[in-house]
Design a binder for this molecule. Structure first.
Ligand code: C2E
Ligand code: CA
Ligand code: CA
Length: 521
């Protein structure tokens, strides 16, 4: 026996058709959204027959509306006892979009079970789309008037998916299983799914991914912003008797997931609409004290904040779609190699550059960072740019350098030899002339090294005198002898210094001066 010989009509009469239910879940929270109704024929001899084998027969022999009615009757009855208010999605054949009475028939089936039709989603597959678009449209509008939502099934598999999307008032797109199953291995499928999700978002449609079988697919779909999913990962189609169990399990998983999520994110932001979230991000983006931009692979500005636009000296709009070389030709030769490296996947952090003057403004000192931006599969799709204006910091640093240089010059010109020691007596700084006087090198005098230059007989008295001052805070005043080399005679020097006291009353360091003792006096 083959199914071709089977009589759908008598099977309907003897109650051999059953709905199976497949869960549809919120990909972000794991929450159960509803079920898709899938037709099954329990044949007395052949057992379960899949829909692909009998739906075409039912369509051909004119039984399809009764079949849908039968499935819905059972489904409405079943979900009435399932906790929560899950939606039901039902598949409608294109030929059924010729039956103007269909919406009314479904309404009368739902009524006795108290099933509100705003929980019903009508799935229309696009591979064999309605030929009479005017009629289909009026039927679709009746469904909408009853509160039903419309989903475009198997999106992407038909001849002109985009035309279909426009011809009926759809609320939902179902991304076909063929794209989902290959999206983790094929770049093209991934890009198609990304584009479909993006299309859904920009048209304000819900996107549901079909055939989600692995965590990896679910992760990628979430990353792409797809809201809902269904597939073996979340549950195979089950009979009515198992439905309550599936729903309970989904709720438990949802509770676990939400519990986890609460630690990370407040529930109010979970509820935020994508539009709101975008506005919040934009505010952060524009308010940042850093110039930010995103460049595509062709070095074009795809996005930038006000700060960066201001640094470049042109409004935001003038940047969009233009390249870096068009916008900052004077700096481009310098930054190009860095951007190229970032496009190859290298993160470039805080490179210093000077941005030449534009529009009569002063040149800017900037720190540039380039970070590769990757898509869901790790491929570099562009570069994010961060620019910090350090002109003021540089200016202050320069002023400090000049000041320090002046001080050095003065120190070297004085007849005395200035020195600085810490509260224990380690030398922190001495004039260059100490080197001339003692023959020491720069690294010899540091710390306690300077004591090595003293006449051995003067060493202990000097240390004692310093310790007395350290203990009392009184000025240091001591005489010791120095010489440049063993060939030279020792020269007596007088060293005097006073303490610098910090805010806490403790000595921070000692400043002092060394001068030759006038031996004639
Ligand atoms: P569909 O609407 O695209 O339904 C989804 C199909 O994918 C179902 O096959 C489902 O069992 C299967 N599926 C779900 N998750 C996964 C998964 O993770 N991996 C894989 N490999 N498959 C998954 P099913 O039940 O055999 O239905 C086949 C098609 O028959 C449906 O495709 C739908 O177009 C049609 N159909 C089913 N029930 C009805 C109905 O009541 N009326 C009409 N007109 N068509 C129906
Ligand atoms: Ca479907
Ligand atoms: Ca489908």
């Amino acid at each position: 026996m083959t199914v071709d010989e089977l009589d759908v009509g008598s099977a309907l009469e003897s109650g051999e058709f059953f709905p199976h239910f497949q869960p549809v879940v919120n990909l972000r929270t794991g929450e159960l959204q509803g079920f898709e109704i899938l037709a099954r024929w329990l044949h007395p001899q052949l057992g379960w027959i899949p829909p692909d084998e009998f739906i075409p027969l039912a369509e051909k022999n004119g039984w399809i509306d009764q079949l849908t009615g039968e499935l819905l009757r059972q489904a409405f009855k079943t979900v009435a006892v399932v906790p929560g208010t899950p939606t039901l999605s039902v598949n409608i054949s294109p030929v059924q979009l010729h039956n103007i009475a269909l919406p009314g028939q479904i309404q009368s089936i739902a009524e006795p079970y108290g099933f509100s039709l705003d929980r019903l989603i009508i799935e229309i597959t696009e591979s064999a789309f309605a030929d009479d678009v005017v009629l289909a449209r009026s039927i679709a509008e009746s469904f909408k008037a009853l509160g039903c939502r419309l989903a475009l099934d198997d999106f992407g598999t038909g001849y002109s998916s985009l035309t279909h999307l426009q011809s009926l008032p759809f609320d939902e797109i179902k991304v076909d299983r063929s794209f989902v199953s290959s999206m983790t291995s094929h770049r093209d499928s991934r890009k198609i799914v990304a584009a479909v999700v993006g299309l859904g978002q920009s048209l304000g449609l819900t996107t549901v991914a079909e055939g989600v079988e692995t965590q990896e697919q679910a992760e990628m779909l979430r990353w792409l912003g797809c809201e809902f999913g269904q597939g073996w990962l979340y549950g195979r189609p089950v009979q009515a008797s198992q439905l309550t169990f599936v729903a309970m399990k989904a709720r438990q998983e949802e509770a676990n997931l939400l519990y986890e999520a609460q630690g990370r994110i407040s529930s109010s932001s979970l509820d935020n609409l994508p539009g709101q979230r975008l506005a919040q991000l934009q505010a952060v983006y524009d308010g940042a004290p850093v110039g930010l931009a995103f460049l595509d692979r062709n070095f074009r500005y795809m996005n930038l904040n006000r700060r960066l636009a201001k640094m470049n000296g042109y409004p935001i709009e003038q940047h969009l779609g233009r390249t870096v070389s068009e916008m900052i030709p004077e700096l481009f030769p310098y930054v190009e190699p860095y951007i190229r490296r970032a496009m190859q996947g290298e993160a470039i952090r805080a490179v210093e550059a000077t941005k030449p003057a534009v529009h009569g403004k002063e040149p800017l000192s900037i720190l540039l960072s380039y970070e590769p931006a990757r898509d869901e599969a790790g491929e570099v799709v562009g570069v994010s740019v961060a620019i910090v204006d350090v002109t003021e910091i540089k200016r202050a640093e320069k002023a400090r350098q000049v000041c320090e240089e002046n001080y050095r010059q003065m120190m070297e010109l004085m007849p005395q030899i200035p020195w600085i020691i810490d509260p224990e007596g380690r030398a922190l700084d001495v004039s260059q002339r100490w080197l001339e006087l003692t023959g020491m090198t720069d690294d010899q005098w540091r710390g306690f090294g300077w004591l090595d230059a003293l006449h051995p007989d003067d060493l202990q008295p000097t240390i004692d005198a310093m310790h007395r001052s350290f203990a009392t805070g009184h000025s240091i005043d001591v005489i010791y002898r120095l010489r440049r080399s063993p060939r030279d005679a020792w020269k007596p020097m007088r060293s005097r210094g006073s303490a610098r006291v910090g805010d806490d009353g403790k000595i921070v360091c000692w400043y002092g001066c060394l001068e030759a003792v006038d031996e004639s006096a």
